[in-house]
Design a protein around this ligand. Sequence first.
Ligand code: RUB
Length: 317
Amino acid sequence: MDSGAIHPDVEETCAAIESMEIRGAASIADAVARALRTQAVERDADAPAAFRETMYEAARRLEATRPTAVSLPNALRSVLSEMRGESVGELRESVVAGVDDFRSRLESARGDLGRVGANRLADGDTVMTHCHSTDAMACIEAAVDRGADLSAVVKETRPLKQGHITATALADLGVDVTLVVDSAARQFLDDVDHVLVGADSVAADGSVVNKIGTSGLAVNARDRDVPLVVAAQTIKLHPGTLRGETVPIERRDESEVVDAETRAELGDVDVANPAFDVTPPRYVDAVVTEHGQFPPQGVVGLMRDLFGEDVEAVWRE
Ligand code: RUB
């Protein structure tokens, strides 16, 4: 065990989140919880106050990796609010217990959410997906487990093509998959029964922040009378929006959109790469959580029940 600041393994987790080797709101939450555990177990301190500070420093570094998925600060809060004790040993033990508890709740929430979402999916249905969401996948997995024979139209999801992950995972489940470029989505909507997406953050007014392209898909889906279902564990609910905060939209590097050669050929143009967008609640038919299915207007009540006033971020300076 070592004393000092942020443990190298925690830095490694940060780098993996920043490079999107670890990606998706739930996986990010799980990774930061594991990183807090490492920090607690591997870092020593000569006094409880110093131990708390080393945990907060790690939390600040982890929080800075990606700004949009509220599951990240929600995971930090969930673990660090359980940090208590009179000695370094007690504090360490409480963090380890907090992480283990958080991770097992994350896992069971995914299963519970999946079973709720699966109730929407009937045998023979076709689902359209965007990006790769483990929560959306949980719904399809649970439906397949129940014997539903499903088809999927999977949007590629530019620029990083996370749709490919979804396509392979669905094909492995035995779902009949058609992969399409994002701009083809509208053409396929007439053959689709549900649009099913995940979320990085859900605001108090029921707005859904998810991978760029979700909002355009939502508008097209409404035009074609296809319901938009958002699969989002409650760690995706953004408590700050109860107090009027807005969700920051991450803008990523232009190199994800154009390679160096293309960039040079383009000349004097700006390349923008917003990673997420906001779908207004009027386009959302249902938010599926581990506590059941809610209309977007029901999110605020759920948020108040779950978070109340307890939204302190103790690790922030
Ligand atoms: C991922 C994305 C996913 C949500 C939900 O974006 O938008 O739909 O994070 O995922 P990125 P999950 O690839 O930029 O991280 O349901 O797995 O939490």
